[in-house]
Design a protein around this ligand. Structure first.
Ligand code: ADP
Ligand code: MG
Length: 405
């Protein structure tokens, strides 16, 4: 199965072609990522409108390059997958509409992929690990601990109540006048700083749940910086080191708690899997390794280029879903907010396929889709997506999922 994947949820314009064997082994045929960091740097963060325009300007070329690198023609694709959320609405519309156009013209199935699901399944592409495993996702837009039990079967064990970890790194970097994105800068400064100089809080430490809270820590750091202003270069290093140490202590404690909950509710995990840009931090990685070891499991950390946003993970998630007969209608909407717990899986598909078959038949005919069986599967995928919207509106999810980036 060969799938084209498109990622435009935040500030990376990305496309990739990935192959999945019948046995479930993955192979990346191409993976093209264009970061928009330079376009947003002057603003100290991602500007949604600039991001959307940049996606429009470059996506065609990026897809063209991905197809060329893979040596694949649109005809020989088995499906087109695009990240349909969560993320910034402008970018989502660009990526999803492009995928729909290709699917329509080339008469290929469309798979609308949840960006978080793609992060969650990446370790199966890189390391072929079996379910169930524990995911720690920490990026600029997301901080979550998730039980990954199967394709479309995710249980959120904990997450941030306010800022994402990467976002907190970015914000405190900005406060200290360091360039964007702040995470790598803070790590660099911290290397020659004193992690014990400032007594910063460790929010949520010891709580039985697996939730995070970063905003108090961020404020505490600001107050410390204000107390000693104007800050010297060594002050910046010490502030960075103290902040990073506090984050690491919190991550260790929250993951210990998350893995305990995992074991109690889902049995032993096959691995602790990490995803998101924050996992590029060496000190964070070290602590993840220790926590995995303590919990009697191993750490699986995909290479950094597959931990941060990319098209290969979208293509792979598309292939994994398609292997279960999950595909989506051409009128599938983008979902700026789309909690993982609301992603449809094969079980939901079977339950709703019958109910949705008649409606899907009509809609599929309108979309130029001929197969009745296909229409059923498409309806199921769509029903899941509709549920996601309802869940959001009803405040079903344990905590709001902030948009990516
Ligand atoms: P998103 O695009 O959703 O923000 P990415 O997976 O692209 O997520 O990750 C980017 C985030 O990761 C940024 O917030 C960045 O500061 C953070 N990050 C990257 N490298 C490091 C690092 N070495 N230490 C801490 N945070 C980092
Ligand atoms: Mg990014």
């Amino acid at each position: 199965m060969v799938v084209l994947g498109i990622e435009t949820t935040c500030d990376e314009t990305a496309a990739a072609v990935v192959e999945r064997s019948d046995a479930g082994a993955g192979r990346i045929l191409s993976n093209v990522v264009l970061s928009q960091v330079d376009e947003h740097a002057a603003f100290g963060g991602v500007v949604p409108e600039i991001a959307a325009r940049a996606h429009v300007a470059r996506l065609d070329q990026i897809i063209g390059k991905a197809m060329l690198d893979a040596g694949t023609s649109f005809d020989s694709l088995d499906a087109v997958a695009a990240a349909a959320g969560p993320g910034l609405i402008g970018g989502l519309i660009v990526g999803l509409t492009t995928a729909k156009a290709i699917a329509l013209v080339c008469e290929k199935p469309l798979v609308a992929v949840n960006h978080l699901e793609a992060h969650a399944l990446t370790a199966r592409l890189t390391d072929g690990i079996a379910f169930p495993y524990c995911l720690f996702l920490a990026s600029g837009g997301h901080t979550q601990i998730v039980a990954v039990r199967g394709v479309g079967d995710y249980v959120r064990l904990g997450g941030t109540l306010d800022d994402a970890i990467g976002e907190a790194f970015d914000k405190i970097a900005k406060l200290m006048g360091l360039p964007y994105p702040g995470g790598p800068q803070v790590e660099k400064e911290a290397q020659s700083g004193d992690p014990n100089r400032f007594a910063l809080p460790r929010p949520m430490l010891g709580k039985l749940n697996a939730d995070f809270s970063l905003s108090g820590l961020k404020t505490a750091l600001r107050l410390e910086a204000e107390k000693i202003a104007p800050i010297s270069e060594q002050d910046v290093r010490d502030l960075c080191a103290s902040f990073q140490q506090a984050v690491i202590d919190v991550v260790a404690d929250r993951l210990r708690s998350g893995l305990k909950i995992f074991r109690a509710e889902h049995g032993a995990p096959t691995a602790l899997v990490t995803a998101g840009g924050v996992a590029a931090n060496e000190q964070v990685r070290k602590v993840l390794q220790r926590i995995a070891f303590e919990a009697g499991t191993t750490l699986v950390a995909p290479p950094p280029e597959l931990c941060t946003d990319n098209g290969a993970m979208i293509a792979w998630a598309g292939a994994e879903r398609l292997a279960h007969g999950l595909r989506d209608m051409l009128d599938t909407p983008p979902h700026p907010r789309w909690p993982l717990s609301e992603v449809s899986g094969p079980a939901v598909s079977a339950a709703t396929a019958e109910a949705g078959a008649a409606e899907a038949g009509a809609a599929a005919a309108a979309a130029g889709d001929a197969g009745a069986a296909d229409a059923g599967a498409a309806a199921a995928g769509d029903a899941g997506a509709a549920n996601a919207g309802a869940g959001d509106a009803a405040g079903d999810s344990p905590a709001p999922t902030p948009p990516s980036g």
